[in-house]
Design a protein around this ligand. Structure first.
Ligand code: TXA
Ligand code: MG
Length: 348
């Protein structure tokens, strides 16, 4: 067991001494969890295969699921990418730093373990001062998968990182709750039109406004191109059930059934009608504002898990904008696992 050091850093003005200390840990091949605008990342030197190996180990992440390299300067992009298409350039210039990850052809400068042996590499410049300062101080790219155990909801507070990884990593830079709460949008720009691999913090409409229509995916191709999307992500321990927005009848029936069976249900609801109905259960009254809902969504799942509920009933949010990213994660969390396929679906 390691002694995981937690250092608080301010959102706007991170203390340079804290950043220097964290960069020093990275230089020695250590692991530092750091805040971003989306979720907390688990940082390690992207050029140190042993350090990256530890990232996979502590997360329990399958080796075939590649990592995102986080950068702080546009020069880093050119150092890592073999080709940067004109659309990739537009996206980077318009949305970096921000919740967007670009998959490009790699130069092969990072060890294979980072990219899971693919010819492509995923790159992102996060919009968070502590993350940018840490990468700049360190001087080159750092890997940054979400700092959770594989298969658990992504961490949006340092407490979540601590709960999953304390004793296994060297340091956590803590700047409180992340502002977006959902991971970055992942776009494959090696093809034209580019392809959406993961819905996330940057909404599809903003991307299409910048570069025109995206490739529409067939499921097979989608799964092949983005290894991480095969897995049952974001899953709390409890079973997750999705109920249509405002469907009080279904909601009422479900909660009654579970009550009769002596099971404890936790509910995450946002509409007023549902809030009134859910008072007999362990109720999370989420915001009706979908951005606010997204910001706290992973924290709600963890909160209900911790309360020991058997089932989590979630009221669907409108399937558009950032809501589409939440719904994608919810649908995946709500998957009922077939024991025969559990292994191949165990993911990040
Ligand atoms: O917001 C985020 O992106 C956070 C913060 C910490 O930056 N990071 C994050 O990393 O969500 P992770 O490892 O949890 O998710 C990375 C996703 C996975 O679905 C992975 O399969 C995909 O990016 N990915 C990475 N490299 C890829 C590549 N070369 N081709 C296709 N997909 C790739
Ligand atoms: Mg993740």
């Amino acid at each position: 067991m390691k002694d995981t050091k937690i250092i608080k850093v301010s959102l706007q003005n991170p203390d340079p001494r804290a950043i220097a200390e964290a960069a020093e840990v990275l230089r020695h091949g250590g692991l530092v969890a750091f805040p971003t605008e989306t979720v907390y990342g688990l940082g390690a030197d992207a050029f140190n295969a042993d350090a990256v190996k530890k990232v996979f180990e502590v997360k329990g992440r399958p080796a075939d699921n590649p990592l995102i390299v986080h950068i702080a300067k546009f020069e880093h992009f050119a150092q890592l990418a073999r080709t940067i298409s004109s659309k990739a350039k537009i996206l980077a210039e318009q949305f970096w730093p921000g919740p967007l990850t670009l998959v490009v052809k790699g130069r092969g400068v990072v060890p294979d373990i980072v990219t899971a042996g693919l010819e492509t590499i995923a790159i992102r410049m996060p919009n968070h001062q502590a993350a940018l300062d840490l990468i700049a101080e360190f001087g080159r790219g750092i890997v940054g998968p979400s700092a959770n155990l594989s298969g658990r909801p992504s961490p949006t507070k340092s407490e979540h990182v601590h709960a999953d990884l304390h004793g296994k990593i060297d340091m956590i830079l803590d700047s409180g709750s992340t502002t977006i709460g959902i991971e970055s949008t992942v776009i494959d720009v090696t093809i034209d039109p580019p392809m959406m691999l993961r819905l996330g913090g940057l909404i599809e409409q903003d991307i299409e406004n910048a570069i025109g229509e995206l490739h529409t995916t067939s499921d097979d191709l989608f799964l092949k191109r983005s290894p991480g999307t095969r897995s049952r992500h974001y899953a709390p321990r409890a079973k997750v059930i999705l109920v249509e927005q405002g469907n009080t009848v279904a909601f009422g029936q479900l909660t009654e059934t579970y009550q009769r069976e002596g099971k404890m249900a936790g509910c995450i609801v946002h509409s007023r009608r549902m809030k009134e109905l859910g008072s007999k259960t362990r109720l999370v009254e989420a915001s009706e504002d979908v951005e606010e809902f997204s910001r706290h969504f992973f924290a709600y799942l963890r909160e209900l898990d911790q309360a020991g509920v058997d089932v989590i009933i979630v009221e669907a949010v409108p399937d558009e904008g950032i809501g589409a990213a939440v719904m994608e994660r919810l649908r995946r969390a709500a998957v009922t696992l077939d024991p025969a396929t559990t292994k191949s679906m165990a993911g990040d």
